[in-house]
Ligand binder design. Structure first.
Ligand SMILES: O=C(O)CCC(=O)C(=O)O
Length: 291
């Protein structure tokens, strides 16, 4: 599969690319079944867990999950998908032959109330020694204008790293009043289920509340060149665990250092287990939230 030279050039210029028809109906069916299996446990929990990040309105009777955390650790289907030649061949033209995974997440925007994600740059959360760092997103539902598709601001991966702090605390979002010109240029990524997005870690992006009658499920894997080493933690369980996250190629003990803008994501907000929780502490939201 891979990327065409035009797609690679678009990624380099704009900081993102959408590749259509990557997953076939069998792949999609497997991913949706795996998602359903994991979601079945949500009615047994009343607070966030290692798997579930919950909407504020969640109850056991009416389970409302906004994110499945680290799905690749909870279901083999998600572990296997990111190691498939289909997906690896989309990342290696950008990152080179040796690729490591950082984390995964499955963001769920339920019909009518699925939570927005405020404008941010992933790089603010996990700066590395070089910026060959991206997120690969798999659309498990169609992205339509009204179901909260991811929106990106082309070219911002070549610009500054914005302040994601409020009152001295890392809130995981940019104050929208400081980037009004960028927001005006944002592009929604409208595509069919089975498409894949690739976006650079420095790209400004966000997504609105789902106001439609259809869910929007988005499986994201964050990955980087093996010689991009994390600056703000991220060695998690030590070197063996770090290297167990290699998806292809070889690990290295020689980080590649380049000139990249960095702001450290510290100190953390009082609740910071997920982006949704950190963003509650920002001064001014851009997107509506469910009532
Ligand atoms: O789900 C989305 O629309 C955006 C996801 C995102 O930016 C994130 O989880 O970091």
């Amino acid at each position: 599969m891979g990327l065409t030279p035009q797609q690679l050039e678009a990624y380099r210029q704009d900081g993102y690319v959408v590749v259509h028809d990557v997953l076939d109906p069998d792949d999609l069916g497997r991913m949706r079944a795996a998602m359903k299996e994991l979601l079945a446990g949500a009615s047994a929990v009343s607070g966030h867990t290692a798997l579930f990040d919950l909407e504020d309105s969640h109850t056991a009777e009416q389970p409302r999950v906004r994110r499945l955390k680290l799905p690749h650790q909870h279901h083999p289907a998600f572990h296997e998908l990111i190691r498939s030649p289909k997906l690896l061949s989309l990342m290696t033209p950008i990152l080179g032959p040796s690729v490591r995974m950082h984390t995964s997440k499955l963001n769920l925007k339920s019909a009518d109330f699925g939570a927005p994600v405020e404008w941010h740059q992933d790089w603010a959360f996990y700066p590395h020694t070089n910026d060959d760092v991206l997120a690969l997103g798999v659309l498990l539902d169609d992205f339509t204008p009204d179901n909260g598709p991811m929106m990106v601001v082309p070219g911002t991966h070549r610009g500054p790293i914005h302040d994601h702090h409020h009152q001295g605390v890392f809130v995981g979002a940019i104050d929208p009043r400081r980037i009004t010109d960028d927001i005006d240029r944002a592009v929604p990524l409208i595509a069919k289920a089975g498409s894949v997005t690739l976006h650079h870690a420095r790209l400004i992006h966000g997504s609105a509340l789902n106001t439609s009658r259809r869910p929007r499920s988005f499986l994201l894997y964050e990955a980087m060149a093996a010689d991009a080493w994390p600056l703000a933690g991220g060695l998690f369980g030590g070197l063996d665990e770090f290297n167990a996250r290699m998806l292809c190629g070889e690990p290295t003990l020689e980080p590649r250092m380049t000139t990249v803008p960095v702001r450290m994501p510290f100190p953390k907000a009082p609740e910071s287990a997920s982006l949704y929780q950190s963003q509650k502490y920002m001064a001014q939201r851009f997107f509506d939230v469910a009532r």
